[in-house]
Design a protein around this ligand. Structure first.
Ligand code: ADP
Ligand code: ZN
Ligand code: ZN
Length: 746
């Protein structure tokens, strides 16, 4: 047999997959007969140690070269065929993530693999109302009188539900563990562990369980099931306005898939993962559903993974990391609010959950259902081109009209001499709603950042000495803080440059609006929700429930207030500076503006009362604003896609950002420049933009330079990335980061 010329193949194998031992991989040679089947994720048996004891492990990476002496490397003994190998598939997924987004295999594995450190398994805890309903009502009254908000929320839910998941209560419902313990001591509730839960006191059936699907919903479910049973798997996009019944539809689809013995991953952005949403899923799937989120401790996450692996749960709900739940039989992945930018990871590897979901579905032979009222342009493009199946729902499921909308031109207001942040129209509308005892939401279309400090005499803005950003004032501590590196200094009383005493902090926009509201409507009770007021754990939930309980008339906030919270008494939404997000230097600016305004407008009139939206803007003719006011997604998309085509932006082209950083400004700049030059020579089908200093040119004394590679062929971008990666192995104080189709400007 002539094999002399055939290249040898080597595999690095890990025999104990746990996050701690990822660095301990072992090299083996792959015999010819296994070459075709050996790829990342393949389970193999290998001889181990001096005695050659056989162990099983997973292939992590394959390569045609090895750093060891090829003659002393042992062969892989065998390939193990597994039926339901969640771990093997997750390793394969990690390999995909590494290749597509750029990172080491190690980092990619850490992203996808469940925590392996063994924690003592904790039983699933449940809170059960032990006292009589009468006593419960009394306890509730006490809580209301003493303004014990956490206890109040818990008692209200217990009276309705009788049995609640412990972590749901301490997490999403924002009730402290002390409150729970006190109630247990007082004999009002009991805390039970798993065994009890297994023979459960029946969870009260909710009315939703009996909802009959409307014709649109029925048609969707029917088509999906027909596909599914015909073994057709694909990606569907459910484009439905807020309140059109998307969630009800997902639940039905999930039920059908679970009935067929499969498991389902439901992705919901963390901020929309409210108690109300989770409760709806609990009503359907009881203890077979579990939630994954950032408030869980490592031990709790470990428990969830164990339960998932053992097949004790059918449905997991969580933000993007829920994709990596070690399910053995994934049949469906649902991704609600698919347009949300939090689906893209901000850490290396900067993966996009939608793309990873599709890969995971492919590996599992599963389907994907994406849903949104304002789909991302990327996704809609695929739907329009037939890559995804498009379902549309344009009516609200339970009546209630979309809000009447008016656009106010703020330039005209200024001409009329109105210098306030509120137009006459908005002022009148607020007054009217307050009169009628209805609620108002005021949305400032700008990320809530704390105010910076500047000198009114010489104009200097106080900046972080280590970063290319201004310092933020924290009024409570009298300090100025850098949000990028944590640097702190005392706020000076005079200007360090000119000595003027008129050195002042600029207030965050939401604070200014609140002050203005108080001036004009002194009797109105206000709540403010922004980065500042929601820093503390549970404070976001707290503000929302206060507003929901009508403890305030006006809720003022940034983007946080527009996400999926249902307040039936809100009849007016005021959008203060609708075009603020258009000013950002980012090809996604119009898309984001359209989404935010549409979502904000969707908050009004969710109940039976008629709603109204007032949009204040300096660009009343901009298509993002006009189309959002008309709630016309399709018209927006048609204009936006033209702009993307003209500019060569995603989804027409893909863009790879290459960020080069170093403590040496020179090294970063020179490397970035030579990399960009090198890429220009790779192919005439790639276009290079830059290099340039990044938008924030320095963070924590590390300099940042960036360039962009554009191409219509994404394989070329991967190729460029691979070439750069192989060239940067040993370069001292230098780091290179890749970001495919970045979400934020550089
Ligand atoms: P979305 O997820 O699109 O915002 P939901 O699924 O939350 O919409 O539905 C909005 C409201 O309409 C919910 O209160 C839900 O119970 C109700 N609903 C949805 N579908 C139906 C239906 N077929 N019949 C009656 N009520 C429905
Ligand atoms: Zn000054
Ligand atoms: Zn700093």
């Amino acid at each position: 047999m002539i094999t002399g010329n055939v290249k040898r193949m080597y595999a690095s194998v890990i025999v104990d997959i746990s996050a701690e031992s990822l660095d301990r991989t072992f090299s083996y040679s792959v015999p010819d007969r296994f070459k075709d089947r050996c790829k990342p994720g393949t389970k193999v048996t290998v001889p181990f140690g001096k005695g050659g004891r056989l162990l099983t492990g997973y292939v992590i990476e394959c390569s045609d070269h090895t750093d060891f002496d090829p003659d002393r490397i042992k062969d892989i003994t065998d390939i193990v065929v597994e039926q339901n190998a969640s771990e093997g598939r997750l390793i394969e997924l990690a390999a995909f993530i590494k290749e597509r987004y750029g990172s080491t295999m190690n980092t990619a594995l850490k992203t996808v693999l469940p925590i392996k450190k063994t924690y003592k398994p904790k039983a699933k805890k449940t809170i059960i109302l032990k006292a009589s309903e009468e006593t419960a009502v009394e306890e509730l009254a006490v809580a209301v009188r003493k303004k014990q908000a956490g206890k109040e929320r818990l008692m209200r839910e217990l009276i309705e539900e009788k049995v609640l998941d412990y972590h749901l209560v301490t997490g999403k419902l924002g009730v402290s563990a002390t409150t729970v313990t006190n109630l247990e001591k007082a004999g009002v509730i009991s805390i039970e562990t798993e065994n009890y839960f297994r023979n459960p006191i029946v969870i009260k059936k909710s009315v939703e369980k009996n909802i009959e699907l409307n014709d649109e919903q029925k048609a969707i479910v029917k088509e999906f099931i027909e596909d599914y049973d015909a073994d057709i798997r694909k990606t569907y996009l459910l484009h439905g306005i807020t309140g059109s019944g998307k969630t009800v539809t997902y639940i039905k689809l999930i039920e059908e898939v679970v009935k067929r013995g499969k498991q389902v991953i439901v992705l919901i952005p963390e901020i929309a993962l409210t108690y109300q949403t989770v409760k709806r899923f609990y009503h359907y799937f009881g203890e077979r559903v579990s939630i994954m989120n950032s408030t869980l401790s490592e031990g709790e996450k470990y428990d969830q993974c164990e339960r998932a692996k053992k097949g004790e749960i059918d449905v997991i709900i969580g933000p993007r990391s829920a994709l990596f739940t070690p399910f053995e039989r994934v049949g469906l992945i649902v991704m609600d609010e698919e347009h949300e930018h939090t689906y893209k990871s901000e850490n290396v590897p900067k993966y996009h959950a939608r793309e990873v979901a599709e890969k995971l579905a492919e590996l599992n032979h599963a389907s994907v259902v994406l849903g949104s009222a304002t789909p991302s342009v990327d996704t809609f493009y695929r739907a329009v081109n037939g890559e995804y199946r498009l379902w549309s729902m344009y009516k609200r499921a339970v009546g209630g009209r979309l809000a009447g909308t008016s656009i106010v031109d703020m330039r005209e207001e200024l001409k009329k001499g109105n210098k306030s942040v509120f137009s006459e129209k908005l002022k009148e509308s607020i007054a009217q709603k307050l009169d009628r005892n209805e609620q108002v939401m005021l949305f400032l279309n700008r990320r809530g950042y704390a105010g910076f400090v500047s000198c009114r005499s010489c104009g200097i803005v106080l900046r972080c000495p280590h970063c290319d950003v201004s310092l933020s004032e924290h009024r409570s501590t009298g300090k100025m803080v850098c949000h990028y590196c944590g640097y702190e200094e005392k706020r000076p009383s005079v200007c360090p440059k000119c000595g003027s005493k008129y050195i002042l902090g600029f207030k965050a926009g939401t604070e200014l609006i609140e002050e203005e509201v108080k001036k004009i409507f002194p009797a109105a009770r206000t709540l403010r929700m922004d980065a500042d007021t929601t820093k503390k754990k549970g404070s976001l939930e707290h503000i929302l429930s206060e507003f929901g309980d009508r403890k305030a008339d006006i809720l003022i906030g940034t983007q946080m207030i527009v996400k999926g919270h249902d307040f039936p008494d809100v009849t007016l939404v005021g959008i203060i500076a609708a075009d603020m997000s258009l000013a950002i230097n980012d090809y996604r600016a119009a898309e984001r503006t359209f989404q935010l305004i549409t979502q904000a407008a969707g908050r009004a009139g969710r109940g039976t009362k008629e709603g109204e939206t007032v949009i204040q803007t300096y660009q009343p003719e901009h298509y993002a604003i006009v189309r959002a006011a008309a709630q016309d997604y399709r018209a927006f998309y048609d204009e936006e896609i033209l702009y993307r085509e003209l500019g060569g932006y995603p989804p027409i082209c893909d863009i790879l950002a290459v960020l080069v950083t170093s403590r040496s400004r020179e090294l970063a700049e020179n490397t970035c420049t030579s990399m960009a030059e090198y890429i220009k020579g790779v192919s005439d089908k790639v276009k290079v933009i830059g290099p340039a200093k990044a938008g924030i040119g320095k963070i924590n004394d590390v300099f940042r330079f960036v360039f962009f590679i554009k191409s219509r062929d994404e394989r070329l971008l991967t190729e460029c990335k691979n070439r750069l990666e192989s060239g940067i192995k040993e370069m001292g104080d230098l780091q290179v980061f890749f970001d495919l189709n970045p979400m934020n400007p550089y």
